[in-house]
Design a protein around this ligand. Structure first.
Ligand code: PHE
Ligand code: FE
Length: 284
């Protein structure tokens, strides 16, 4: 079974989930009754720790939307979330056994179905888990799917992904996902804040991304972003910063076919590259 190469990069390990449960589109039933009390406790403790860190670091849109997840003292039933999410933005979440290949991933997003891994990390992985689990996927990704502009961006990204896949540009476009939906920063009235799911579900990277003088922060530029490789096993060396969710929508509206050609001819950059042309954002 191919490992999902879109979001977390090609992996040498086989993915961890049980893919025999999956339908042809990689979705499966959320195996809710299989969660143990220890699993629910892990979720509750992660939720408690992470929600206490958000103030002053997380995007206000995220903080406002977080209660839409509902219960915080156990792993939610995806159906309960969908009862609120469908009327809010027309999105629903669907269970998957874990990482999935790029084309079915893009197809789910294009049809406003967000794949959520249903298993949860073991207690010994409390601070760091190698693959995304149900806590990362729910806490990190689902609140902003209640935001109409952001929700539309993710759907359009999925449609753009199907096109990119057929152009052989899936890996280039996946960098845009990585540096926006996973690790994006936004300038709000109160200052720099995180809106990317990989940051919001991480206890250490939340503060690092917003406040560390060692991280590089650049105003989002499509070509610069899609040229830039990323780190899957360490804090990002570079974060791309937007001023509004509408900006994501606007910069991705054009036909990407010539943009992929430009990205290819300019060549890749390392995760920590710094260019004279970068529009750097300084702290304070
Ligand atoms: N507009 C892009 C194209 O034509 C598709 C896209 C949309 C990519 C939204 C990312 C986000 O290829
Ligand atoms: Fe994610």
């Amino acid at each position: 079974m191919a490992v999902e190469p879109v979001v977390y990069g090609a992996s040498e390990r086989p993915p961890r989930g049980d893919y025999s449960r999956a339908r042809d589109d990689y979705t499966c039933a959320q195996n809710w009754s299989a969660y143990t009390q220890a699993d629910h406790d892990t979720y509750r403790r992660l939720y408690e720790r992470q929600s206490a860190l958000l103030s002053g670091l997380a995007s206000q849109a995220f903080i406002d939307a977080l209660p839409s997840l509902g219960v915080r003292d156990r792993i939610p039933r995806f159906d309960e979330i969908n009862e609120r999410l469908r009327p809010a933005t027309g999105w629903e979440i669907v269970a998957v056994p874990g990482l999935i290949p790029e084309l079915p991933f893009f197809e789910l997003l294009a049809s406003r179905r967000f794949p959520v891994t249903d298993w949860i990390r073991k207690p010994e992985e409390f601070d760091y888990v190698v693959e995304p689990d149900v806590f990362h996927d729910l806490f990190g990704h689902v609140p902003l799917l209640f935001n109409p502009v952001f929700a539309d961006y993710v759907q359009r990204y999925g449609a753009g992904g199907i096109k990119a896949h057929h152009l052989g540009a899936g890996e280039l476009l996946s960098r845009l996902y990585w540096y926006t939906i996973e690790f994006g920063l936004i300038r709000e009235a109160q200052g720099l804040r995180a809106y990317g799911a990989g940051i919001l579900s991480s206890s250490g990277e939340l503060r690092h991304s917003v406040t560390s003088p060692r991280a590089q922060r650049i105003a989002l530029d499509l070509v610069r972003c899609m040229r830039t490789r990323y780190k899957i096993d360490d804090y990002q060396a570079t974060y791309f910063v937007i001023d509004s969710f509408q900006q994501l929508f606007d910069v991705t509206a054009p036909d990407f076919t010539p943009i992929y050609a430009a990205v290819r001819s300019l060549g890749e950059l390392s995760a920590d590259a710094s260019l004279a042309s970068d529009s750097s954002i300084t702290l304070g």
